[in-house]
Design a protein around this ligand. Sequence first.
Ligand SMILES: [Fe+2]
Length: 421
Amino acid sequence: MSASLTRMGNYYSALLEDVELTPKIREILAGLEPSAQEHKQAISLPPECYTSEEWFEFEKRAVYDRDWVCVGHTGLIPNPGDFQTINMNNDPLIVLRDREGVVKVMSAVCAHRGRVLCEGIGNVEKLVCPLHHWTYNLDGELIGAPEMNPVLPLAELKKQAFLPVLRSEIWNGFIFVNMDGRAKPLAPRLKRLTKEIENHHMGEMLGTPNFDFPEYDWNWKYMQENAIEPYHTWYLHRGIHDFAPSRLVSFYDWDPEDDGAVFHPTGFLERDANFNMSFKCLFPVIKTLTDKERRRVMFVTVPPNLFFGAVPDGVFYYIIRPQSANRIVLRVGFLYPPETFKDKNFDYIFKMAVDGLCAYNDQDVASNRSVHLGLKSRFAPRTRYAPKEKTLSQMNRWLVQRYKAYAAEVEARNHAAAAGR
Ligand SMILES: [Fe+2]
């Protein structure tokens, strides 16, 4: 295993080895402060934060290994034995509901030769590797290894061959994993947001199968920025976004004590509007919403990799899966109250909902790709933000804090190693 694996109670910490703080990384770190200012003063991140593979390796440790990373939603694995797999930063993971109904996140890599045990979505009683039929229970314990007894009896073998269970947390049904096992719990850092969206009861919603978009050649942070920034909606999406004009946007002030998400509502001109070409909700509106909540969409980024929009009839969400500094795979999903799925015409209406969202996404895709080309240029900008980009300076503050914390961690280890020499 390339990561250091440490048992911490009933889960494992699995950190990637530190990166070296190279001159390039130090140069970027030294230039971050102007991006982490109050909104009126803040400027965008150095362009290399979006394009440098060296910086991406730094980010995998600073952000993805040390904070909470979204890997799915409980609405896709409602029953015991249900599983869904996700490959996150080169780690094939399995998200499953065990026999007792407890959601677990574990490695999906067979402890024998490394074959990925399964892919996709399904229901199992145990996990059997197709290659040599090594078999694991839903706690990740090895329970069968054909023909291995003469080498090592199962009781011995299972001590060294297992699927490490990782620390996870569920918030509003979204399942998060923390590779290092030491992140501060997520929910206490989402207090204001939890209150704002509680009437959606997202934790009780069921999900439709995900769509993966594999060829998006831009940086994971820009995916979030485009999604959480309402300045562009009045221009890029002119016409199809007019029912939710950016003049009806409001923002929250940044609270470093409640920093688990960046979010803002956009108001609708009419009640029960939605993102499709009828500009109305296609499914029944969630019964528990207030009038105010039926007149807005709440856009939410839970950094680093979850984005969702809470609309009056459900939720659409993106799970961003970085592949490099320059590419992501986007996983898209929809959540609805269980009764919505009982509609006999669900499949037809759902197709209209998907096509509707795609109209906005198609415009964003073309633009995101173009922005990434610009960020790779020697003429790449680093500029001030518009008032309606308040969420972007908030994202920066979230990121810069984590970048600095990890750099300090590496420095401290370097000093300790030098002192011990
Ligand atoms: Fe957009």
